[in-house]
Design a protein around this ligand. Sequence first.
Ligand code: DGJ
Length: 721
Amino acid sequence: MGIKIEGDLFYIETENSSMIIERRHSDLLLKHLGKKISHYHFSNTVHERDHAFSGNPDPNVRTYSYDTQRQVLGVHGFGDFRHSALVLQHRNNDLSQFKFTQARIIEGVAEAGGLPNPYSAQGAETLELSLFDQVSQTSVKLYYTTYPGESTLSTFLRVENHSQETVVLHRILSAMCDLPAAPYDLISLQGAYAREKTVRRQAVEQGIFSISSNRGASGHSQTPAMILCDSQANDYYGEALAFQLIYSGNFQAFVQKNQLNEVRLGIGLNDDNFAWELKPGQSFDTPVALISYSDQGLVALSQESQSFVQDHIIPEKFAKQERPILINNWEATYFDFKKEKLLDLADKASKLGMELFVLDDGWFGQRFDDNRALGDWWVNEEKLGGSLNQLIADIHAKGLKFGLWVEPEMISEDSELYRKYPDWAIQVAGRGHTYSRNQLVLNFANPDVVNFIKLTFDDILRRHDIDYIKWDYNRNITNVGNGSSYLETKMQSHAYMLGLYEVVDYLTKKHPDVLFESCSGGGGRNDLGMMRYFPQVWASDNTDAISRLAIQYGSSYLYPTISMGAHVSAVPNHQMGRITPLETRGHVAMMGNLGYELDLTKLSQSEKQEIAEQVKRYKAIRATVQKGKQYRLLNPYQAANEMALQFNDDQQVVVTYVRILSTIETMETTLKLKGLDPAANYRLVDEDKLYSGAELMYAGLTMALPQGDYLSRQLYFVKEN
Ligand code: DGJ
């Protein structure tokens, strides 16, 4: 495992996979990306022949073409007709021919500057491959890092301008790979506001399929990730590769099948409306991409990604720290609250065994609705019936931690801040604003804004005993351009992200004990970039248990459960109008980090009793759900009317089964459990029955349910020693 250089071959070896690159005619050719091969002898090498209409860089070698070789960078303008990883404008043209100059092995993780990087405890190794383009006098360095015990590698590019002139990057991907012709499927996570992360699978056909965002955020509708698998692969069979970007802004990912059926995959910054100037001596680092591999199907790929994210992306302090069960006042009160109501909610929450009280939107400035006051981050003491410190002390006195909602990247036109600094909002002079939720976006490309936000929120956190922050972001970025905005039009979006990462890096390092949750109207920025700083994400504003089945399924496809907030809310559900049993709402939320978001003061005695039992149960299974292995048993897309998920650790097993609509005259589903010790016994706690692991895995369990819609079962097993 690690990096190996043998002659002209570079091996990037993870626990279970190899990426093998050959240096040939000073070009870098991709020989293999897949299951581990320790000694490679060109068995699968491209059969070189004279392909019609595929150009040759050397007139004497009509069989060597950039159009047919498998590459990791792509050559722009010299006959590789596929999307290349890099388009660099130098003087009046954007041709470039980067030739290999040297390779170096570096101990540890090479870091992309100013961007979120994976971290590693020990034993990581990096390969640096340097290339140079003589004409533009620019260099490219490719970095590939491996991590002990992981089947995931990370990669990014660094471009350096060694010339005396400014060059402009028009496209720069973080990872590009060419794979041999074969039947592939592609899986991406798509959706919209309130239905995030729908898993979409499709065949890879000739042409280009791409996903992207130009919203200034990764967005609800696309996730910066693509899975390429063999077309026969399923949850427990076949090879699959996941490509993910550790970035939260405008991105693109594409798969391209060319005229010869070869497949190129690329992921990186979106080049739509992007151009980055590099003055002499300047350099540019791309966001980091991850490439994970499994030869045991899609569940193993998910487990690989989940564990990599938990161990190398989520801030170390929180990676394995169990999350508190929270009560959030948003759907209970919206903007309409007073101190008495908040304390009443907290009192009930504490009696029911909850652990964290989160005060959502509406506690600051003149924020009586969502039309105003963003930017005015002073406590509205009239509304809070005193100081924030007093409220926090009262909440703490009830045995609850205290959390606070903020939305630092925004400014309302109706705010003191806007009246003072109108040009801090992203805008183009003379063009007016585009409103969304009646708010504007602060220009995080402007260092004055970045400093103001750092000081403001550092001050709030220093002066108050806050345990948790919910960092919201409720619109996308428009009106990007010159004028009063800080930077050149086409540099703005990425510069914004660099400013944002500077802020969140600063605040999370200064306040390392605060648990930050990222939110963007739910999952509008549920990506690895934000997760590198904020260990938890509010996966969706849609709290309906049935809608949540697909949202949570998609959210945990690549991300660990411990990153995902999931709340029990009131019925009829505020987003869907659906009425589901409290038991099902509890079971579904317990497949993530359990929280409650409803008016606890309006519960009946039996509802209180049921919620107290849910909280007690969650405390018993929390470690297994948040830190155990996740197995998908019934996929809501294939099974259509059912879904089942299992979590295992060494001690316990938790299975959740949900049947959406009642059925008649069909046999009950039998669930075969996964990953158990066949020789061990497992006690089904609620029924006090003992089964062997073998029986649960090979015979399975019958999922009997009474008649009725939206019903569920939660099976909690304890392993007998
Ligand atoms: C959108 C979030 O997703 C909600 O949970 C809530 O915090 C509101 N914003 C508050 O404005």
